[in-house]
Design a protein. Structure first.
Lengths: 183, 183
DNA sequence: ATCCAATAGTAAGACGTCTGTCAATATATT
DNA sequence: AATATATTGACAGACGTCTTACTATTGGAT
């Protein structure tokens, strides 16, 4: 209840006040070019930007991208257990447990025991969780659009495909693969 | 000195029981399609993969991508202060301070006071830091190559350009822009 | 010389993420 | 049935990341 008056994104107009920085130690932009060229560096930055844009657009709802992902997953597939959520989103078990705990504490989902397998915690959206998902939709969509704003439709499609190619290849080699299990 | 017997990457052969995964029968695969299609989701995954590949290739050196970035930055521009490092890498002041503290604790860099401006902490690589950078080079290069393995040279270039376009546009709008300090 | 705004850095807290380890429970093997 | 193995989830620890608030210091304005 402390976020209501923030219509405009900060826009960060204070960042480069005067290009004429003394830069006593740095005569070089070129020096770090090898670092900036690393795909991993760009992916870190891109992810950082993506989080930032989502956070700005969805600030009023106080949910992160990960929390949003878990809620969406539960809307699409009610009564998944934590492992199912983890595999569906490519998250660690521990990560999932922690974030689910946060969502439960905010009463956005409920964690109950599986009837026959008592190891499992069955997850269900609460009415509040469903309401939040309903309400956050446009903001999430705005975030997606704003992220892709500098790209043409063709470029956005291309970027998506390239990332898909990358991910499909590495998926199985990483410790936390995406399991598009039907369940 | 507890990492020496792990020549081959885990390869995670236990993940998908049947490689010929029929992604068509699953009605629930479709359910999360809207989530999987989000560029933010792909970027999170891609970043995750990137970290994982780097960690595997560079495991023997016990450095993360962020630590590696800071070390490289200091090699290229000795005697930067923490703010300079933060701006060069697009990191938060706090993040930078924390990671620099870790590197200092491992004696990979030295943190001294600026002569005339005593607020600043001037950072310098120690011989150990330089040696580590020297030694890690091939592994970092392997990580880069492995990450891009599924892409053709043309595709990798394209991906890099698309990410550049994305980042250039958002750079100033994000709270932590990249300051290619030179002037 | 004094005061104030800006800057460098730290501290505390929160979340995301992974690694390990451990307990409880389920399942498979004998 | 009894034991061995696998799985779910929790907990602890570590690192990365951002936010907010605070201290110390600098530098400029009066």
């Amino acid at each position: 209840m402390e976020a209501s008056q923030h219509e405009d994104p900060p826009l960060n107009d204070k960042a480069p006040p005067s290009p004429a920085e003394p830069a006593e130690t740095a005569p070089c932009t070129k020096a770090l070019a090898s670092l900036y060229a690393r795909p991993g560096f760009k992916l870190r930055r891109a992810h950082q930007v993506s989080l930032s844009v989502f956070a700005e657009e969805c600030r009023a709802f106080e949910v992160t991208t990960t929390q949003y992902g878990i809620l969406v997953a539960l809307r699409e597939r009610p009564r998944m257990d934590q492992i199912g959520v983890a595999q569906a989103l490519g998250l660690d078990r521990s990560t999932t447990g922690m974030v689910v705990g946060l969502l439960e504490a905010r009463n956005l989902l409920q964690r109950s025991r599986h009837e026959t397998d008592r190891r499992r915690r069955v997850l269900t959206l609460t009415p509040q969780g469903e309401a939040l998902l309903e309400a956050i939709g446009p903001a999430a969509e705005r975030a997606r659009c704003r992220l892709l704003e500098p790209l043409s439709e063709e470029q956005a499609r291309m970027l998506g495909e390239l990332l898909d190619t990358l991910l499909e290849y590495h998926d199985r080699r990483v410790r936390v693969p995406l399991m598009r299990t039907e369940g």
